[in-house]
Design a binder for this molecule. Structure first.
Ligand SMILES: Cc1cc2nc3c(=O)[nH]c(=O)nc-3n(C[C@H](O)[C@H](O)[C@H](O)COP(=O)(O)O)c2cc1C
Length: 188
């Protein structure tokens, strides 16, 4: 990653909060500062899917914001970042980003990322997909966003769910320009 070593991380209420947790861990390991916003639905999946408290999750980031804090630094394009990742990204958040419905700090920060022509990675998790979902993905892609569903790579012969999560989170960070040396690669 060149330039400012700072990423915005959004966690929304799709299943798979483990992806967001791993992104935070790998970013910290890589020396990248993280600015986190978790939606209320994201807090629900945290409670369902992890043993982490809200405080534990917040402690994994350098700075954490409330979703209602619409005046926070990351709501402004003048706050310099290398980009933003939403992991996992719900269809509700995807749709809000697709149509610039900046109804909370996460969606506002994502809109600003697109405005500033910075990298935006949305780890959208839903299946099966409807035409509405696909149209929202198309709209985000047309604006320069990167729709990156967490789809496992079986050629790496993962031995655990953690292996699958690691690989997807690491790949997403590399798309954002963060070097993840421990990432397994085909042919290496
Ligand atoms: C346990 C649980 C799992 C969910 N999984 C998904 C999912 O995989 N994808 C999705 O789009 N929504 C999922 N939802 C629904 C979203 O949480 C819901 O649409 C919510 O309004 C999203 O709000 P947010 O985008 O502000 O986080 C799930 C909800 C719960 C409680």
């Amino acid at each position: 990653m060149s330039g400012v070593r700072r990423l915005v991380v959004g966690i929304s209420g799709a299943t798979g909060i483990a992806y967001g947790v791993r992104v935070l861990e790998l970013a910290r390991k890589a020396g990248v500062q993280t600015h986190l916003v978790v939606t209320p639905a994201g807090q629900q999946t945290r409670a369902y899917e992890t043993g982490l408290s809200a405080g534990d999750l917040a402690a994994m980031a350098d700075v954490t914001y409330r979703p209602a804090d619409i005046g926070a630094a990351i709501a402004s394009g003048s706050f310099r970042t290398a980009g933003m990742i939403v992991a996992p990204c719900s269809i509700r958040t995807l749709s809000a980003v697709a149509y610039a419905n900046n109804d909370n700090l996460l969606t506002r920060a994502a809109d600003v990322t697109l405005e500033e022509r910075r990298r935006l990675v949305l780890m959208v998790r839903e299946t099966p997909l409807t035409l509405a979902h696909l149209r929202a993905m198309t709209a985000v892609t047309e604006m320069g966003g990167i729709v990156m569903p967490p789809v496992p790579a079986f050629y790496l012969n993962p031995e655990s769910v953690a292996d699958i999560v690691d690989h997807t989170a690491g790949r997403a960070l590399e798309v954002l320009g963060v070097d993840v040396p421990e990432l397994p690669r085909r042919g290496e």
